[in-house]
Design a protein around this ligand. Structure first.
Ligand SMILES: Cc1cc2nc3c(=O)[nH]c(=O)nc-3n(C[C@H](O)[C@H](O)[C@H](O)COP(=O)(O)O)c2cc1C
Length: 160
């Protein structure tokens, strides 16, 4: 089964997780980057990113390579923003909805505390699916490494 990990990361925690999963599974990494990048430091990142998530924006993305026919499974990875999935993921789905329909979907969300389950529910609704094959929530895995994250990632990989 060929897998694509489609992810957005502002500060590297999601990217760290995506790379860890890819290195253990051979999945392809597809990193999404907005044409106009969000401020990534200080209060401004919370204001602009938070507003974008709350408003349900779909920011234009820089070109990326993604051939849906190559993949049976897609894993989405994102930072939780205001209890929502980060907007670049929304853009990707909007732009590829027809091509990805019917595939297996899994998800991992990085957060600093709360709202991840809500964000996963919102993603599920946006994808019009009943459930993900499996899901994983990690708390700032790059910035606050924890021994237990390794097991959580291993369990996730076994379930995909
Ligand atoms: C705009 C914005 C909104 C956020 N909202 C939440 C939130 O609702 N809940 C939460 O637990 N963490 C929230 N965070 C923290 C990030 O989800 C968390 O630090 C994540 O690990 C960052 O991933 P990244 O390094 O891949 O960008 C928010 C961060 C930003 C920038």
């Amino acid at each position: 089964m060929k897998t694509a990990i489609v992810f957005y990361s502002m500060n590297g925690n999601t990217k760290f997780t995506a790379k860890t999963i890819a290195s253990q599974t051979g999945a392809d990494l597809i990193e999404l980057k907005p044409e106009k990048s969000y401020p990534d430091k200080g209060l401004r990142k919370f204001i602009w990113g938070g507003k974008s998530a709350v408003m349900g924006e779909t920011p234009k993305l820089l070109p990326y390579e993604f051939d849906a026919d190559k993949y049976d499974q897609i894993i989405f990875g994102y930072p939780v923003w205001a209890s929502n999935f980060a907007p670049p993921i929304k853009t990707f789905i909007k732009d590829n909805m027809k091509q990805i329909a019917g595939k297996d979907f899994s998800v991992f969300a990085c957060c600093s505390g709360g709202g991840a389950e809500k964000s996963i529910d919102k993603l599920k609704n946006y994808l019009l699916i009943k459930d993900f094959k499996t899901s994983l929530v990690l708390i700032d895995p790059k910035d606050k490494p924890k021994e237990e994250n390794k097991n959580l990632i291993d369990n996730f990989i076994s379930a995909i």
